[in-house]
Write a new protein. Structure first.
Length: 336
C-alpha cells in the first residue's frame, strides 16, 4: 500500500464510525502500537535513506492529520454520550415531593388512652392482669358459680382445663385486691375474649375495669365518678341513667346508659329509638368478693364498673359495625 492508499484507508475507516465504541476501535486500529501507522512506518526500514526521509515526512504528516481527526470525532461522540447520560439522570428539582404516609394510633388505642387519661386525672392508677387467666380469677373469685350461663363453653375460649382467655377485665379486681391492702383505686384496661362474631361483637375486644375500695364508699361516689368521666368523654351536657341490673360480683348492680349523642333523646337508629345508649355495667362490690380476697367486708365498701372500649369508640366516632376496627383497612383507619 502506498501513501495515497493509506490515506484512503484512514478516511474510510474514520467515516464509517457511528458511535463512541467505533472511534475507540478505529483509534487502536490506526494509531495503536501495532496499528496501521506503526506497521507502515516499519516498512520504511527497507527503503534507502533519501526515500525513507521523504516518505517518513509524508507519513508523519498524515499521522498528525489522522490523530487530529480521530480526536475530533472522539470528542464529538464523547459530547453526545455526556448529553445522553445527563438526560437519563436528570432530576426535576421543581417537582412536588412525595409526602411519606405517617402512621397513626389505632382508634381503639386512642380511645383507651383517652379513657385512661380521664381516670388518671381523677386519681386512679392503672393495673394490669394476664390475657390468659385461670378460671378461678375469671369466674369463682368474682362470685360467678359453676352453673352460671357466662361459663358456658359458647362464650368462653378454654385454652386448657382450668385456663381461659379472660372474658372480661374483672379478674384484675381480684388480682389487685389479693396483692394490695385497701384503699384501692384502679382502672384495668385491656383485651378480653369471647366466642362471638357479628356486627356488634368481635372475638377480641377491649374493656376498662374500674375499682374503688375504701371505708364509706357509697353508690353516690360511683355516680359522681361516672358522671365526671362521661362529661369529659362526651361533653358536659351528656345525661346519664342508672338502670337496676344484675352482676354476680356487685350488689346492687346497675347498667348505665347515656343520652344518645345522635338524636339527643328523640330516638334514632343508633339508640334503637330509645334515646339511650347502654355503655357500662357497674355496682357496689359484693361482700362475697371481699371475702374471697380476704378483705374485711364489715369495714370496707367499694364500687366497680366495666365498660367496652369499642362500644365507647363506636359512639364517639359514629361507627355502626364493630368489625370495622379489625379489618385493617387503611381507608377506614386513616380517618382517625
Ligand atoms: N365484667 C362485666 C362484663 O364483662 C362488666 C362489669 C359489670 C364490670 C359490672 C364490673 C361491674 O366491674 O361492676 O360484662
Amino acid at each position: 500500500m502506498d501513501i495515497s492508499g493509506l490515506k484512503e484507508k484512514v478516511t474510510s475507516e474514520i467515516s464509517s464510525v457511528k458511535n463512541i465504541e467505533d472511534i475507540k476501535k478505529v483509534k487502536v486500529f490506526l494509531l495503536g502500537r501495532k496499528g496501521l501507522f506503526a506497521e507502515f512506518l516499519d516498512t520504511l526500514k527497507t527503503l534507502d535513506k533519501d526515500l525513507r526521509k521523504e516518505a517518513g515526512r509524508s507519513i508523519n504528516e498524515l499521522k498528525v492529520w489522522t490523530e487530529n481527526k480521530v480526536k475530533e470525532v472522539e470528542t464529538l461522540y464523547e459530547e453526545q454520550e455526556k448529553i445522553k447520560r445527563e438526560a437519563a439522570s436528570w432530576i426535576d428539582v421543581t417537582m412536588p415531593g412525595k409526602t411519606p404516609l405517617i402512621g397513626k394510633k389505632h382508634p381503639i388505642t386512642q380511645t383507651l388512652e383517652e379513657i385512661t387519661r380521664i381516670f388518671v386525672s381523677l386519681g386512679f392508677s392503672v393495673a394490669e392482669g394476664p390475657d390468659i387467666e385461670i378460671e378461678y380469677y375469671n369466674f369463682e373469685a368474682l362470685n360467678i358459680p359453676g352453673d352460671h350461663p357466662a361459663r358456658d363453653m359458647q362464650d368462653t375460649f378454654y385454652v386448657a382445663p382450668g385456663t381461659v382467655l379472660r372474658t372480661h377485665t374483672s379478674p384484675v379486681q381480684i388480682r389487685t385486691m389479693e396483692s394490695q391492702l385497701p384503699p384501692v383505686k384502679i382502672i384495668a384496661p385491656g383485651a378480653v375474649y369471647r366466642c362471638d362474631h357479628d356486627i356488634s361483637h368481635t372475638p377480641m375486644f377491649h374493656q376498662v375495669e374500674g375499682l374503688l375500695v375504701d371505708k364509706n364508699i357509697r353508690f353516690s361516689d360511683l355516680k359522681g365518678i361516672l358522671s365526671m368521666f362521661i362529661g369529659e368523654m362526651f361533653g358536659k351536657d351528656t345525661t346519664l341513667r342508672f338502670r337496676p341490673s344484675y352482676f354476680p360480683f356487685t350488689e346492687p348492680s346497675a347498667e348505665v346508659d347515656m343520652g344518645c349523642v345522635i338524636c339527643a333523646g328523640k330516638g334514632c337508629r343508633l339508640c334503637k329509638d330509645t334515646g339511650w345508649l347502654e355503655i357500662l355495667g357497674s355496682g357496689m362490690v359484693h361482700p362475697q368478693v371481699f371475702r374471697n380476697v380476704g378483705y374485711d367486708q364489715e369495714e370496707l365498701t367499694g364500687f366497680a364498673f366495666g365498660m367496652g372500649v369499642e362500644r365507647i369508640a363506636m359512639i364517639k366516632f359514629g361507627i355502626d359495625d364493630i368489625r370495622q376496627f379489625y379489618y385493617n383497612d387503611i381507608r377506614f383507619l386513616s380517618q382517625f
